[in-house]
Write a protein that binds this ligand. Structure first.
Ligand code: 2DT
Length: 208
């Protein structure tokens, strides 16, 4: 039973507030798993390289205005297909996914079920790692940039919505710990998830 080949890859999602450390931890985890010889890719949503992604990017930079429902649907239209990648044995480490979609839009007051609807049926992650950092602490980390959602009061609402979305696939990691400590926990969670998928854990779908 070669742990590096044949069976499907794992879908590992990192979620958390802005400045929670997701992006650097995704990079570290990618390097670690590649070093172990796994087939692995790091993706991120929004994918700003596509034409829809460019519209999203302009919106986030306050260069365009869109109705809250319109931007929600653009984020949905920006999700890429994962099933074939996973089935070919590649593990995906994904920086934000549908949970960001629901938490950020619901924080603006949109109906939660409405927010989930366009993403019913997407592949569900095997593990969602939530990097838990209090909004105040995240805001202190070198400050926010200039993007639309990077404001303390709004991030507080997003955090509440994230907590309402928790289910059994979530692992909460205290993102206030040292980078090394967070990294160690992520490696363990990722390895565990990859092995479970290799042993035949079936793919499931979101929000059903
Ligand atoms: P980054 O700073 O990580 O590039 O995120 N967002 C993201 C949504 O509102 N809906 C979504 O579906 C996704 C994936 C979170 C850019 C911002 O976009 C928000 C922060």
């Amino acid at each position: 039973n070669d742990i590096r080949g044949c069976s499907r890859g794992s879908l590992i999602v990192l979620e958390g507030l802005d400045r929670s450390g997701k992006t650097s931890q995704c990079g570290n985890l990618l390097a670690y798993l590649q070093g172990k010889g796994f087939s692995v890719e790091a993706w991120q949503f929004p994918d700003r390289s596509t034409s829809v992604g460019k519209m999203i990017s302009a919106y986030l930079a306050n260069e365009s205005q869109l109705d809250d429902r319109t931007i929600h649907l653009l984020f949905s239209a920006n999700r890429a297909l994962m099933e074939n990648k996973l089935k070919s044995g590649t593990t995906l480490i994904v920086d934000r996914y549908s949970y960001s979609g629901v938490a950020f839009s619901a924080a603006k007051g949109l109906n939660i079920e409405w927010c989930k609807a366009p993403e019913v049926g997407l592949i569900a992650p095997d593990v969602v790692v939530y990097l838990d950092v209090p909004p105040e602490k995240a805001a202190e980390r070198g400050g926010y940039g200039l993007e639309k959602y990077e404001q303390l009061d709004f991030q507080g609402k997003v955090a509440e919505h994230y907590h309402n979305l928790l289910d059994s696939s979530w692992e909460i990691v205290d993102g206030s710990q040292s980078i090394e400590s967070v990294e160690r926990q992520l490696k363990d969670l990722a390895m565990h998830s990859i092995l479970t998928c290799q042993r035949g854990k079936p793919l499931t779908n979101l929000w059903s």
